[in-house]
Ligand binder design. Structure first.
Ligand SMILES: *Cc1c(COP(=O)(O)O)cnc(C)c1O
Length: 397
């Protein structure tokens, strides 16, 4: 009889865990060891012949890490996943895998800041890469930017700052036609709500510090894709740059993955309620959230995603910085902090960093406003989140 394919929530509970090897423990042990010993010359020699799959040294493979990697690969529909010490370590490894010296990369304009810096301020100068940033809302943005030496198209959809979308299937088709690799940062939607590999994207990266970790207790990253690409990343960037994840953190990811489908549904439910509340509030000028029918790329989002996470932004009507600060400081349930995707609701304002570096005139030219707020809607009760925002707004009266 053909084996029935299990649902992903079931696989996240059990897949990849050889429990009979560990006394039936329902939670796997943490292999907190740097190396693995062998019985003989031939045994260790054979392990080296299959080094991408063997347990030799924990800068390469480790059994605790492998469990989390197998679950993530299964979840994203990839053949192999590699976990890294941070999202940036994963992004660096994936980009270095795709690029050769003197190559050209096309990236979306509103890329996560440190990834933008990696490409534009670091690799461009170190490796003589050229980089073109495009808005990415139209496939022609990418098509027009292609050069003979273009090696990579770097996507982030929805982008984590302004939430603009790229048509993943169309961009993947275009890239394949030109022999260009595609990479997406899928941290916002997670593989629960978006499966880029099935749409033809080559590599998917995540900051596992966000939803995949989900408890604000780890910094980690992952690259997911086909076996040939991931084996090459393993033999090169993984082992040589050495940015591997610690077994303890991988173990926490296995813990987190068991609840990922539940958590994402809860983030979505809370975020839709909060976004709708904000949209109807007189103190708010605009809400940017792909889950609202008023979002300008709502239809594209519906075509390529099956749900929405909890990170969104909105613009206060007031342009007075002192008023903005009053609202911001008045919140109690929403904590002030960077990052997102954890159990806790957070607020951050882009102006906090920008006004240090720019004159008010330069800031105005970015198209941002002092009242641009980014919130990560957590798993608290939605009534408390809305009441907290409401009492924040009373500071503006
Ligand atoms: C946080 C973040 C990253 C970087 O991840 P780290 O785990 O902090 O290194 C990459 N992409 C996006 C969209 C992020 O928000």
């Amino acid at each position: 009889m053909a084996k029935r394919q299990l649902n992903i929530a079931t696989d996240l509970s059990h897949f990849g865990e050889e429990r009979a090897d560990f006394a039936g423990a329902v939670v796997p042990p943490i292999f907190q060891n740097s190396l693995f010993t062998y019985e003989s010359w031939d045994d260790i020699s054979n392990a080296f012949d299959d080094r991408t799959n063997s347990f030799i040294y924990s800068r390469g493979n480790n059994p605790t890490v492998k469990i989390a990697q197998e679950k993530i690969a299964r979840l994203a529909g990839g053949e192999r996943a590699l976990l890294f010490a941070s999202g940036m370590a994963a992004i660096t490894a994936a980009v270095m895998h795709c690029m050769q010296k003197d190559g050209h990369v096309i990236a979306v304009k509103n890329l996560y800041g440190p990834a933008n810096n990696l490409l534009f301020n670091y690799l461009r100068k170190k490796m003589d890469l050229s980089v073109t940033f495009v808005p990415g809302r139209a496939v022609t943005d990418f098509e027009e930017a292609i050069r003979p030496n273009t090696q990579l198209i770097y996507l982030e959809s929805p982008s984590s700052g302004v939430f603009s979308l790229q048509d993943l299937k169309a961009v993947a088709t275009l890239a394949k036609k030109h022999g260009i690799k595609t990479l997406i940062d899928n941290s916002w939607a997670t593989p629960i709500f978006q499966k880029p590999l099935a749409l033809g994207i080559d590599l998917e990266v995540h900051s596992c510090s966000k939803y995949i970790g989900g408890h604000s207790d780890i910094v980690a990253g992952v690259v997911i894709g086909d076996t040939a690409s991931l084996d090459s990343i393993f033999r090169n960037e993984y082992e040589w740059l050495g940015g591997r994840i610690a077994p303890m953190d991988a173990w926490l990811i296995t813990r987190s993955l068991r609840t990922l489908p539940l958590r994402m549904k809860a983030h979505q439910k809370n975020a839709i309620a909060v976004a709708s509340f904000l949209q109807n509030h007189p103190a708010v000028a605009q809400v940017n959230y792909p889950g609202l029918p008023s979002f300008d790329q709502y239809e594209l989002g519906r075509q390529q995603m099956t749900g929405y996470s909890g990170l969104l932004s909105f613009r206060l009507r007031t342009t007075d910085l002192e008023q903005v600060k009053k609202f911001f400081n008045n919140l109690e349930v929403f904590k002030i902090g960077v990052s997102w995707g954890g159990h806790e609701s957070l607020i951050y304002a882009l102006a906090i960093s920008y006004i240090k570096e720019m004159t008010p005139e330069q800031f105005a030219q970015t198209g941002l406003a002092y009242g641009d707020m980014r919130i990560s809607v957590g798993l608290e009760h939605v009534e408390d989140l809305i009441a907290d925002l409401e009492q924040g707004f009373t500071a503006l009266l």
